[in-house]
Design a protein around this ligand. Structure first.
Ligand code: NQM
Length: 362
């Protein structure tokens, strides 16, 4: 008999993916992944085009959210993020995704997991991958989800209703501490790097140290085989010291080239995630980059330009398709500023709803 599973496809920020209710999937991770790979790649998990499945053949469109009602006192829904690696025959949960997170509350409302507020809905999302909470606020006029609105984010076309995301407790989300190597700067293969995790494991590198301006387009960087080999060598070496183990098959750490801002930003970025170059930048990656740029003594010192309005706590990170603004609630009472909360505006849009047919035998 043909087997099918209900899903919604939602654009969250500058990514899109399939959203499932956890109750429709096996709880065993191996069985679940077998089904997710079949849904996204069909019979061809090794096919980077994902031609036999619903995956979008790009890291930013090959993503899955598994959502359920939370049993925790401090959360309304649980969100497990699964990266399906295009052509990699595998899934990866070592990272989170703040873009896909923007679709989680709309999905929970559309599937009636949680009730909508009269004007707006505020829901606490427990991020299973990093055991941290994000409070999400979306407009729900008349108790209905609406995707139309005036918010604009770079990396997605048009305007849409704002999805306001407020992250708490993300320091050391995956690596266990903000600077997992214990240093503000490490020298790996002759290149100075800062290894940092404030929501996403990131390695900051000065673009100029690698012979780049840092303003190249993603396609230009992706076609530079020498650069990619050098970055991968550094990534494999830092994985262990960042408490990530062997990262050969993992999508972290993200390798982020930084250079001085060209507009009104704190810094300009190009992010290898970790092999393709992001068309923009990930949400938690942007929060982590901003944090690294604000702490004196990292490799960002000679690159960043501090905003004139120091007390606004809004920091702009430039990326290949524009910029993203991150609000950081900082505790500056100690020697090193501590990020208590990070806020970011995203948008989302429901794209489709249906049943995904699994290949026979799955
Ligand atoms: O950093 C892509 C994305 C992401 C991750 C990636 C993200 C985040 O933009 O929170 O959103 O870095 O693989 O979807």
């Amino acid at each position: 008999m043909r087997k099918s599973i209900p899903f919604m496809q939602i654009r969250g920020g500058s990514s899109k993916g399939l959203f499932f209710n956890a109750a429709d999937l096996p709880s065993d991770t191996t069985e679940k992944d077998h089904i997710l790979l079949a849904a996204m790649c069909g019979l061809g998990p090794d096919d980077p085009r994902q031609i036999d499945g619903l995956g979008g053949a790009d890291p930013l469109t090959s993503k899955v959210a598994v959502v359920s009602i939370s049993e925790r006192d401090d959360a309304d829904v649980d969100y497990e993020f699964v990266q399906v690696v295009p052509g990699g025959e595998r899934t990866d949960r070592t990272q989170n995704c703040g873009n896909i997170l923007a679709g989680v509350v709309p999905f929970a409302l559309e599937t009636r997991m949680i009730p909508a507020g009269d004007h707006e809905t505020v829901a606490r999302v427990f991020m299973v991958n990093s055991s941290s909470i994000c409070t999400v606020r979306i407009p729900t006029p008349g108790g209905q989800v609406t995707y139309a609105g005036d918010a604009r984010i770079d990396g997605a076309p048009g305007t849409a209703a704002p999805v306001s995301c407020n992250y708490a407790d993300i320091t050391g989300s995956t690596c266990g501490s903000l600077f997992p190597t214990g240093n503000l700067i490490d020298t790996i293969d002759g290149v100075e790097v800062t290894c940092i995790d404030n929501g996403m494991p990131v390695v900051l590198l000065r673009a100029s140290d690698l012979g780049k301006s840092g303003y190249e387009m993603p396609s230009e960087l992706e076609s530079d085989a020498d650069l990619k080999e050098r970055l991968e060598g550094i990534r494999l070496r830092v994985g262990n010291v960042m408490n990530l183990g062997n990262v050969r098959d993992k999508t972290v750490p993200k390798m982020t080239l930084i250079s001085p801002p060209r507009a009104n930003g704190l810094v300009s970025t190009r992010s290898f995630i970790p092999h393709r170059v992001h068309a923009a930048i990930g949400v938690l990656a942007a929060v982590t980059v901003a944090t690294g740029c604000l702490i004196p003594g990292t490799i960002a010192d000679s690159v960043v330009r501090m905003p004139a309005e120091q007390d606004s706590h809004r920091y702009v990170i430039e990326h290949p398709s524009g910029d993203v603004s991150v609000s950081l609630n900082l505790d500056t009472s100690g020697d090193v500023p501590l990020v208590l909360e990070a806020g970011i505006i995203r948008t989302a849009r429901a794209l489709s709803r249906g049943e995904v047919f699994l290949p026979e035998g799955v």
